[in-house]
Write a protein that binds this ligand. Structure first.
Ligand SMILES: C[S@@+](CC[C@H](N)C(=O)[O-])C[C@H]1O[C@@H](n2cnc3c(N)ncnc32)[C@H](O)[C@@H]1O
Length: 272
């Protein structure tokens, strides 16, 4: 797996109002479905998250890798809950703060710049934690899961949505095409790998749900948007990043179609 820093971070992509990002987003989302998510996450997934976790107005929820804050704003508005996001990218934190202010939920949602592997939060302060399309960036997933467990109250629930891959030693080329990922290095895992690592970190795995057909649509739309607006995107994100992105989305689709990549929602519970 790649160890060196490759690609770029999310700063360019997180400037939601830039010319290239507007073009990308208009290609992917109907206006009512664009809530400022920076992922393959759809409203249907977010409603499922709310339902499965049982989020209510009394919940204090942690959002790991909160991006530009769209999912947090949506969930807070739908449920009345309190949300704290942790996000490593400074542009993401800034855009997220303005997005929740516009959504009228800034009194219940805040974002902290920080590394999810070492969160700036006290032990046991959150009822639940969620993460949407972020897990691939963590090389040491057990360390991440232990850190989530530290900030959850005993018996707190932890749920994440992530692409899952079945890769083996013969997959050097596909690994190379996927490695740069969604702008930053990616460390893919299988569903069984995730389950084993959750258990190693002390979580009980409660439920696993697969969401594949809608996910394939989303990956396809991101790829088509990059292909259609290639020149405008290259102005902001660079020619090399744009080309490798297109290749990344193509490789992802080929893996989905071969039945070797999927998208799972994994629910677990911390020890009481
Ligand atoms: C694909 S985006 C998903 C954002 C958001 N969850 C959503 O669905 O809109 C992944 C996010 O993870 C953030 N990230 C990457 N490494 C991180 C880390 N070590 N700690 C916290 N956030 C991180 C990235 O900056 C990016 O905003």
């Amino acid at each position: 797996m790649p160890q060196e820093q490759i690609g770029v971070d999310y700063s360019e992509l997180h400037r939601l109002d830039s010319p290239a990002n507007r073009l990308i987003r208009e290609s992917i989302w109907a206006p009512e479905d664009d809530i400022g998510q920076q992922s393959f996450t759809t409203l249907a997934y977010m409603d499922e998250v709310i339902h499965r976790l049982g989020i209510t107005g009394d919940t204090h929820l942690l959002d790991v890798g909160s991006g530009t804050g769209g999912p947090a704003a949506y969930i807070a508005a739908r449920t009345g809950c309190r949300i704290t996001g942790v996000e490593i990218n400074e542009v993401g934190v800034e855009v997220a703060a303005s997005l929740v202010a516009k959504a009228g939920v800034a009194d219940r949602v805040d974002f902290h710049r920080g590394d999810a592997l070492s969160m700036p939060f006290a032990d046991g302060g959150f009822d639940m934690a969620l993460s949407l399309n972020v897990m691939n960036v963590f090389e040491d997933k057990v360390a991440l899961f232990r850190e989530v467990r530290r900030v959850l109250r005993p018996g707190g629930r932890w749920m994440f949505l992530s692409g899952t891959f079945d890769l083996d030693e013969g997959d050097a080329d596909i690994r190379r095409r996927l490695a740069r990922g969604y702008l930053i290095p990616q460390f893919y895992d299988s569903l069984d790998g995730y389950k084993a690592k959750l258990q190693k970190a002390g979580f009980r795995v409660d439920e696993v749900l697969e969401y594949i057909s809608d996910f394939r649509t989303q990956v396809g739309r991101w790829g088509a948007a990059y292909r259609t607006h290639r020149d405008a995107i290259a102005v902001e994100q660079g020619e090399e990043n744009t080309a490798s992105h297109i290749d990344y989305f193509d490789a992802y689709l080929s893996m989905i179609d071969a039945g070797r990549a999927s998208n799972h929602l994994i629910l677990s519970t911390a020890p009481a």
